[in-house]
Design a binder for this molecule. Structure first.
Ligand code: AMP
Length: 576
């Protein structure tokens, strides 16, 4: 395969392949006058911002300011004629480099578009084409992947930059903040929904600021916190909850990815087995991660088990949060038992809105089965799914004494701007308010609301009072949540139907203890093709299906199981 260098060395004068060691930045440097950058500048320069868990390399807030500035300059050079409001895609491992890329794009008043390195080229090509990204940044590790994307032929050929080395360690002498005349920056994340292809969710800089401010108030991140980061970085959970907000707070983020339960247990245990490591105070993960941690715990050596229990006890692990999918009460209970009383704090959120509803810091405010109260600055209402009426406070129970459920609708400064280049999907996602105070975003999630006498007394803050929300499910069976990842049944059906072995396909989410939901494909085969296209001339089977989809969709979208049927009855499982 050709490399980016050979691809572009003649035709692209803007290709930058390496960083030189820059001297300290003495010239006047500017960052936008935004709360995010003000906060970074005000943190103790020597406090670690990012730590690479495996190598223990550590990068301070002082390094971060200098490196954002350097990378911002580089980006301006690469782009040539400005990046304001442009999509800047980037491929980076979970690392300091990722954080610098993300923040330097935001500092350039551009839109940061993190690409998942685990996605096959076809899916990344779709994202590049859909977003019309102007620049594609990559770390050295993903240079080949970036090359493959570009070689796949993009509608808008991006400028490319491979970051060989970020400076890591400059200092800034003359930093100034400048007001942005026209805020056009933000972040764009691709999310699946009820349409067959993922949509680009544009989250403006001001929405990111509001989301971080809201979480900071509710969960009280602090400079003393060390967050163990186990999540992918193309989602709201891994980016806003676990990078931007801790950075605004001055906390330290320790990257440990991909998730490996043994490695996590060893890391958590380390400070309590005499190793010179900071203790982890903050963990945020999906229920599948907590389940996997607990299912491997008994295989650990006795000494590690004892130390790990101490590590996750309430005295040491200040906060353990679960979200992105329903937290089963047995999982929550098991964690409390294992940790000697630490209660998982459940919250509810979505790519389009950041975090919306959360339980509180006070242990009494972490009620089983509830996702809590609307977070600071988030306005929430329930709309009856049958009558389409807003369920007003006090009307939560119908005339027959039954609890009414409704769609969660949200508004406020944390909500996304639009689905990129998709005005009809954007228009469909919002409904006008009847009070003239703006549109409501329709989440598609169904909930009930009620008072819980033992909770909501204000101990977790004034926002965590009144009625609590209980998620009941989703309006559409076509949205599946597996291991915290959102999957569109329609998208997987479309990919299955593109295989010559399949005549008909329906994809459903089936309850699973491990995954929350498993992706299951029900298919009618084209026997003529299927009978002879398996490995070694054998009939084509589920394993072959999984392999055939590998190059087409992200790994988590590939059905766990395939059931072959003679026909798919219309409206089986609510679809068909
Ligand atoms: P995503 O945009 O990938 O973060 O997925 C958002 C969706 O995940 C929501 O619309 C919900 O359906 C689901 N979700 C997030 N948090 C929870 C939770 N605590 N309980 C149940 N479902 C959740």
């Amino acid at each position: 395969m050709r490399t980016l260098t050979s691809l572009f060395s003649h035709s692209r004068p803007t290709l930058h392949l390496s960083y030189k060691r820059f001297p300290p930045i003495r010239s006047l440097s500017t960052l936008p006058n935004l709360p995010l950058f003000q906060a970074i500048k005000n943190h103790n320069e020597s406090n670690p911002a990012v730590v690479h868990s495996a190598s223990t390399r550590s990068f301070t807030y002082g390094n971060l300011v200098a490196d954002i500035l350097q990378q911002k300059e580089k980006l301006a050079q690469t782009a040539g004629d400005g990046v304001k409001g442009e999509r800047i895609a980037f491929l980076a491992e979970n690392s300091y480099d990722y954080v610098v890329m993300l923040l330097s794009i935001l500092a350039s008043n551009a839109i940061a578009l993190p690409l998942s390195p685990s996605f096959p080229t076809g899916e990344l090509k779709y994202i590049m084409n859909n977003s019309r990204a102007k620049v594609l940044l990559s770390t050295e590790k993903f240079e080949n992947k970036a090359t493959q994307i570009v070689e796949a032929g993009l509608e808008r050929e991006p400028r490319i930059e491979v970051m060989k080395k970020i400076l890591k360690g400059g200092s800034v002498e003359n930093l100034e903040f400048e007001d942005l005349k026209d805020q056009a920056g933000g972040m764009m994340l691709y999310t699946s929904g009820t349409t067959s292809r993922p949509k680009g969710v544009l989250i403006s800089q001001s929405a990111l600021t509001a989301q971080a401010a809201s979480l900071l108030k509710a969960w009280k991140y602090s400079p003393q916190d060390r967050l163990l980061h186990l999540l992918p970085l193309h989602h709201i959970h891994g980016t806003v909850n676990a990078i931007l907000t801790p950075i605004v707070a001055g906390s330290s983020i320790e990257f440990m990815y991909p998730f490996n339960p043994d490695a996590v247990w060893n890391r958590l245990a380390a400070p309590f087995t005499g190793e010179q490591k900071e203790k982890i105070t903050f963990l945020t993960a999906v229920p599948t991660i907590y389940n996997r941690l607990m299912s491997t715990f008994s295989d650990l050596p006795q000494e590690t088990q004892t130390a790990a229990k101490e590590a996750i006890s309430p005295q040491n692990l200040r906060l353990n949060i679960s979200g992105s999918a329903a937290l089963p009460t047995p999982t929550k209970q098991k964690w409390t038992d294992l940790s000697g009383g630490n209660i998982l704090l459940e919250r509810y959120g979505m790519t389009e809105v950041g975090m919306a509803i959360s339980c509180g810091l006070d242990p009494k405010d972490r009620v089983d089965g509830s996702v809590g109260w609307p977070l600071p600055s988030v306005e929430t209402r329930l709309v009856d799914t049958t009558t389409n009426e807003v369920i007003r406070p006090g009307d939560e129970v119908d005339a027959d004494g039954r609890e009414r459920d409704g769609e969660i609708q949200l508004r406020g400064p944390t909500i996304f701007t639009e689905y990129w280049n998709n005005p009809s999907a954007t228009a469909e996602a919002f409904v006008p308010g009847d009070d003239g105070k703006g549109n409501w975003f329709k989440t598609g999630d169904i909930a009930t609301r009620r008072l819980v006498p033992s909770a909501g007394k204000g101990e977790s803050g004034s926002w965590a009072t009144g009625m609590m929300y209980f998620i009941q499910g989703r309006k559409s069976v076509d949205i599946i949540k597996t291991g915290g990842e959102k999957v569109s049944a329609l998208e997987v059906e479309r990919e299955l139907l593109s295989l010559p072995q399949i005549n008909e396909a329906a994809v459903v989410g089936v309850p699973s203890e491990k995954w929350g939901q498993k992706v299951v494909a029900i298919v009618v085969l084209n026997d003529e093709v299927a009978n002879k296209t398996g490995k070694g001339g054998k009939p084509w089977n589920a394993l072959n299906m999984r392999r055939d989809l590998q190059d087409r969709v992200a790994p988590y979208k590939i059905p766990h199981e395939m059931k072959v049927v003679k026909e798919i009855p219309k409206n089986a499982m609510g679809k068909g």
